[in-house]
Design a protein around this ligand. Structure first.
Ligand SMILES: [Zn+2]
Length: 280
Protein backbone atom coordinates (compact mmCIF):
# COMPACT_ATOMS: atom_id res chain seq x y z
CA UNK A 1 0.00 0.00 0.00
CA UNK A 2 2.74 2.30 0.86
CA UNK A 3 3.82 3.11 -2.64
CA UNK A 4 4.55 6.59 -1.49
CA UNK A 5 7.17 8.21 -3.51
CA UNK A 6 9.97 10.29 -2.26
CA UNK A 7 11.00 13.16 -4.23
CA UNK A 8 11.62 16.78 -4.71
CA UNK A 9 14.33 17.81 -2.39
CA UNK A 10 13.69 21.47 -2.76
CA UNK A 11 14.18 23.47 0.35
CA UNK A 12 10.79 24.65 1.46
CA UNK A 13 12.30 27.77 2.79
CA UNK A 14 10.58 31.09 2.49
CA UNK A 15 13.21 33.73 2.21
CA UNK A 16 12.46 36.61 4.48
CA UNK A 17 13.92 39.87 3.41
CA UNK A 18 12.97 41.83 6.47
CA UNK A 19 11.36 44.55 4.41
CA UNK A 20 10.54 47.62 6.42
CA UNK A 21 7.05 48.69 5.53
CA UNK A 22 5.91 52.27 5.88
CA UNK A 23 3.07 53.31 8.15
CA UNK A 24 0.31 50.73 8.16
CA UNK A 25 -2.85 51.50 6.32
CA UNK A 26 -5.67 49.14 5.45
CA UNK A 27 -6.54 48.60 1.82
CA UNK A 28 -10.18 48.96 0.90
CA UNK A 29 -10.01 46.07 -1.55
CA UNK A 30 -12.82 43.51 -1.37
CA UNK A 31 -12.45 40.22 0.47
CA UNK A 32 -10.70 37.38 -1.38
CA UNK A 33 -12.69 34.66 -3.09
CA UNK A 34 -13.17 31.40 -1.18
CA UNK A 35 -11.05 29.19 -3.48
CA UNK A 36 -7.94 30.85 -2.14
CA UNK A 37 -6.74 30.07 1.35
CA UNK A 38 -4.14 32.05 3.25
CA UNK A 39 -2.41 29.20 5.07
CA UNK A 40 1.22 28.06 5.01
CA UNK A 41 1.71 26.49 1.57
CA UNK A 42 -1.53 28.05 0.33
CA UNK A 43 -2.48 30.89 -2.00
CA UNK A 44 -3.86 34.22 -0.88
CA UNK A 45 -5.91 36.04 -3.49
CA UNK A 46 -6.69 39.73 -3.47
CA UNK A 47 -8.72 41.61 -6.08
CA UNK A 48 -6.74 44.77 -6.76
CA UNK A 49 -8.05 48.32 -6.70
CA UNK A 50 -7.93 49.85 -10.19
CA UNK A 51 -5.04 52.19 -9.40
CA UNK A 52 -2.66 49.41 -8.31
CA UNK A 53 0.02 48.48 -10.84
CA UNK A 54 1.88 45.75 -8.98
CA UNK A 55 2.07 43.95 -5.66
CA UNK A 56 4.88 42.42 -3.67
CA UNK A 57 5.18 40.12 -0.67
CA UNK A 58 8.30 39.60 1.43
CA UNK A 59 10.26 41.68 -1.08
CA UNK A 60 9.17 39.76 -4.20
CA UNK A 61 6.74 40.72 -6.95
CA UNK A 62 3.65 38.53 -6.99
CA UNK A 63 1.52 37.25 -9.85
CA UNK A 64 -1.27 39.58 -10.97
CA UNK A 65 -3.78 37.81 -13.18
CA UNK A 66 -7.15 39.20 -14.21
CA UNK A 67 -6.73 42.08 -11.77
CA UNK A 68 -6.14 39.80 -8.81
CA UNK A 69 -2.93 39.31 -6.89
CA UNK A 70 -2.16 35.62 -6.26
CA UNK A 71 0.30 35.29 -3.40
CA UNK A 72 2.18 32.10 -2.56
CA UNK A 73 2.57 31.66 1.21
CA UNK A 74 5.72 29.80 2.37
CA UNK A 75 4.99 26.43 3.94
CA UNK A 76 7.01 27.49 6.98
CA UNK A 77 5.21 30.85 7.32
CA UNK A 78 4.25 31.87 10.84
CA UNK A 79 0.47 32.18 11.26
CA UNK A 80 -0.67 35.71 11.99
CA UNK A 81 -0.64 39.05 10.21
CA UNK A 82 1.20 39.29 6.89
CA UNK A 83 1.62 42.28 4.60
CA UNK A 84 1.19 42.79 0.88
CA UNK A 85 2.68 45.92 -0.61
CA UNK A 86 0.46 47.46 -3.30
CA UNK A 87 2.14 49.87 -5.66
CA UNK A 88 0.19 52.56 -7.49
CA UNK A 89 1.32 55.66 -9.36
CA UNK A 90 0.17 57.66 -6.34
CA UNK A 91 2.29 55.71 -3.87
CA UNK A 92 2.52 52.44 -2.01
CA UNK A 93 -0.20 51.04 0.21
CA UNK A 94 0.09 48.15 2.67
CA UNK A 95 -2.65 45.55 2.72
CA UNK A 96 -2.64 43.30 5.78
CA UNK A 97 -4.08 39.81 5.79
CA UNK A 98 -4.11 36.89 8.19
CA UNK A 99 -2.35 33.61 7.57
CA UNK A 100 -4.25 30.89 9.43
CA UNK A 101 -2.45 27.84 10.86
CA UNK A 102 -2.60 24.56 8.97
CA UNK A 103 -1.49 21.18 10.23
CA UNK A 104 -0.29 18.90 7.46
CA UNK A 105 -0.29 15.13 7.96
CA UNK A 106 2.89 13.27 8.81
CA UNK A 107 4.12 10.22 6.98
CA UNK A 108 6.86 7.74 7.84
CA UNK A 109 8.68 6.10 4.98
CA UNK A 110 11.41 3.52 4.68
CA UNK A 111 13.97 3.96 1.94
CA UNK A 112 16.04 0.92 1.03
CA UNK A 113 18.81 2.98 -0.58
CA UNK A 114 20.55 4.53 2.42
CA UNK A 115 22.44 6.95 0.13
CA UNK A 116 19.11 8.59 -0.67
CA UNK A 117 18.61 9.31 3.03
CA UNK A 118 22.22 9.93 4.08
CA UNK A 119 24.13 11.03 0.98
CA UNK A 120 27.93 10.99 0.93
CA UNK A 121 29.87 14.23 1.38
CA UNK A 122 30.55 14.33 -2.35
CA UNK A 123 26.87 13.88 -3.09
CA UNK A 124 25.99 16.64 -0.62
CA UNK A 125 28.14 19.07 -2.59
CA UNK A 126 26.22 18.12 -5.71
CA UNK A 127 22.87 18.33 -3.89
CA UNK A 128 23.60 21.82 -2.54
CA UNK A 129 24.54 23.04 -6.01
CA UNK A 130 21.39 21.53 -7.49
CA UNK A 131 19.25 23.05 -4.76
CA UNK A 132 20.63 26.51 -5.60
CA UNK A 133 19.91 26.00 -9.29
CA UNK A 134 16.34 25.01 -8.50
CA UNK A 135 15.76 27.89 -6.09
CA UNK A 136 17.03 30.27 -8.78
CA UNK A 137 14.39 28.88 -11.14
CA UNK A 138 11.64 29.44 -8.60
CA UNK A 139 12.74 33.02 -7.91
CA UNK A 140 12.55 34.16 -11.52
CA UNK A 141 9.99 36.83 -12.22
CA UNK A 142 9.45 37.37 -15.93
CA UNK A 143 6.81 39.34 -17.76
CA UNK A 144 4.95 37.55 -20.53
CA UNK A 145 1.43 37.30 -21.85
CA UNK A 146 -0.35 35.20 -19.25
CA UNK A 147 -2.65 32.39 -20.31
CA UNK A 148 -3.31 30.45 -17.11
CA UNK A 149 -6.88 29.29 -17.55
CA UNK A 150 -7.46 26.42 -17.56
CA UNK A 151 -4.49 25.27 -15.51
CA UNK A 152 -4.53 21.51 -16.01
CA UNK A 153 -3.19 18.63 -13.96
CA UNK A 154 -0.23 17.35 -16.02
CA UNK A 155 -1.12 13.65 -15.77
CA UNK A 156 -4.40 12.03 -14.83
CA UNK A 157 -2.84 9.69 -12.25
CA UNK A 158 -4.02 8.87 -8.75
CA UNK A 159 -2.69 11.15 -6.01
CA UNK A 160 -0.18 9.08 -4.04
CA UNK A 161 1.18 11.83 -1.79
CA UNK A 162 -0.30 15.23 -1.11
CA UNK A 163 1.49 18.55 -0.80
CA UNK A 164 2.81 19.53 2.62
CA UNK A 165 3.13 16.12 4.25
CA UNK A 166 5.74 16.17 6.98
CA UNK A 167 8.15 13.39 6.14
CA UNK A 168 10.15 11.09 8.34
CA UNK A 169 12.56 8.97 6.28
CA UNK A 170 14.06 5.98 8.05
CA UNK A 171 13.29 7.76 11.32
CA UNK A 172 14.86 11.07 10.24
CA UNK A 173 12.68 14.20 9.90
CA UNK A 174 13.00 15.79 6.47
CA UNK A 175 11.56 18.80 4.66
CA UNK A 176 7.82 18.69 4.04
CA UNK A 177 6.67 17.35 0.70
CA UNK A 178 6.95 20.28 -1.70
CA UNK A 179 4.62 19.04 -4.42
CA UNK A 180 1.91 16.64 -5.45
CA UNK A 181 2.70 13.03 -6.37
CA UNK A 182 0.64 11.51 -9.16
CA UNK A 183 1.07 7.76 -9.62
CA UNK A 184 1.01 6.64 -13.25
CA UNK A 185 2.61 3.97 -15.38
CA UNK A 186 6.13 4.61 -16.62
CA UNK A 187 5.92 6.21 -20.03
CA UNK A 188 2.66 8.07 -19.39
CA UNK A 189 2.86 11.43 -21.18
CA UNK A 190 3.27 14.52 -18.99
CA UNK A 191 1.47 17.54 -20.42
CA UNK A 192 2.11 21.23 -19.83
CA UNK A 193 -0.73 22.65 -17.67
CA UNK A 194 -0.63 25.99 -19.52
CA UNK A 195 1.64 27.81 -21.97
CA UNK A 196 5.19 28.26 -20.71
CA UNK A 197 8.87 28.44 -21.51
CA UNK A 198 11.16 25.53 -20.62
CA UNK A 199 13.79 27.14 -18.41
CA UNK A 200 15.76 24.15 -17.09
CA UNK A 201 16.19 20.47 -17.83
CA UNK A 202 18.58 18.06 -16.16
CA UNK A 203 19.14 14.95 -14.09
CA UNK A 204 19.27 15.70 -10.37
CA UNK A 205 20.30 13.59 -7.38
CA UNK A 206 16.93 13.34 -5.65
CA UNK A 207 14.60 14.51 -8.38
CA UNK A 208 16.00 12.46 -11.25
CA UNK A 209 15.19 13.68 -14.76
CA UNK A 210 13.58 17.04 -14.14
CA UNK A 211 12.29 20.02 -16.04
CA UNK A 212 11.06 23.47 -15.13
CA UNK A 213 8.35 25.44 -16.88
CA UNK A 214 8.02 29.19 -16.42
CA UNK A 215 4.46 30.42 -16.98
CA UNK A 216 5.27 34.06 -16.26
CA UNK A 217 5.23 36.46 -13.32
CA UNK A 218 6.75 34.01 -10.87
CA UNK A 219 4.44 31.08 -11.60
CA UNK A 220 6.88 28.20 -12.09
CA UNK A 221 6.23 24.45 -12.25
CA UNK A 222 8.62 21.51 -11.85
CA UNK A 223 8.29 17.90 -13.10
CA UNK A 224 10.49 15.17 -11.56
CA UNK A 225 11.45 11.49 -11.83
CA UNK A 226 10.77 11.48 -15.58
CA UNK A 227 11.89 8.55 -17.73
CA UNK A 228 12.54 10.97 -20.57
CA UNK A 229 12.34 14.66 -21.33
CA UNK A 230 10.70 15.68 -24.60
CA UNK A 231 11.66 19.37 -24.69
CA UNK A 232 14.77 21.54 -24.50
CA UNK A 233 15.69 24.59 -22.49
CA UNK A 234 14.35 27.67 -24.25
CA UNK A 235 11.43 25.88 -25.92
CA UNK A 236 8.03 27.53 -25.84
CA UNK A 237 5.36 24.95 -24.98
CA UNK A 238 1.61 25.07 -25.49
CA UNK A 239 -1.09 23.96 -23.07
CA UNK A 240 -1.37 20.17 -23.32
CA UNK A 241 1.95 19.73 -25.11
CA UNK A 242 3.84 16.61 -24.02
CA UNK A 243 6.99 17.70 -22.17
CA UNK A 244 8.17 14.29 -20.93
CA UNK A 245 7.18 10.83 -19.72
CA UNK A 246 6.50 9.53 -16.21
CA UNK A 247 9.35 7.49 -14.77
CA UNK A 248 11.17 6.64 -11.56
CA UNK A 249 14.53 8.35 -11.84
CA UNK A 250 16.05 9.83 -8.67
CA UNK A 251 14.71 9.09 -5.17
CA UNK A 252 11.53 7.15 -5.76
CA UNK A 253 10.10 3.74 -5.04
CA UNK A 254 7.83 3.56 -8.05
CA UNK A 255 6.83 5.38 -11.22
CA UNK A 256 5.06 8.67 -10.55
CA UNK A 257 5.21 12.34 -11.37
CA UNK A 258 6.25 14.74 -8.65
CA UNK A 259 4.73 18.10 -9.60
CA UNK A 260 5.69 21.27 -7.80
CA UNK A 261 4.02 24.62 -8.32
CA UNK A 262 5.63 27.83 -7.12
CA UNK A 263 4.36 31.38 -6.75
CA UNK A 264 6.66 34.29 -5.87
CA UNK A 265 9.42 31.86 -4.93
CA UNK A 266 7.26 29.73 -2.61
CA UNK A 267 6.03 26.20 -3.27
CA UNK A 268 2.26 26.03 -2.92
CA UNK A 269 -0.35 23.28 -3.02
CA UNK A 270 -0.89 22.38 -6.71
CA UNK A 271 -4.49 21.37 -5.96
CA UNK A 272 -5.18 24.83 -4.60
CA UNK A 273 -3.59 26.77 -7.44
CA UNK A 274 -5.61 24.72 -9.93
CA UNK A 275 -8.78 25.47 -7.96
CA UNK A 276 -7.98 29.19 -7.81
CA UNK A 277 -7.09 29.57 -11.49
CA UNK A 278 -9.85 27.32 -12.79
CA UNK A 279 -12.51 29.12 -10.74
CA UNK A 280 -12.29 31.85 -13.39
ZN1 LIG B 1 6.81 14.13 -4.51
Amino acid sequence: MNLLKLCAFTAAVGVLFGVAFPAISQSDAPAPAPAASAVPGGVYMLPLPAAVDSASYQGRRVLVYRRRALVGIPIDAAPGKHALSLKASTGTQIHRFTVAPKQYPEEHLTIANERMVHPTEASLVRIRSETERQLAQYRRFTMRTLDLTPFNQPVAGRISSVFGQRRVLNGQPRNPHSGLDLAADAGTPVQAPAPATVTMTGELYFNGKTLFLNHGQGLVTMYCHLSSIAVREGDAVARGQVVGQVGMTGRTTGPHLHWSVSLNGNRVDPIQIMAVLNAG
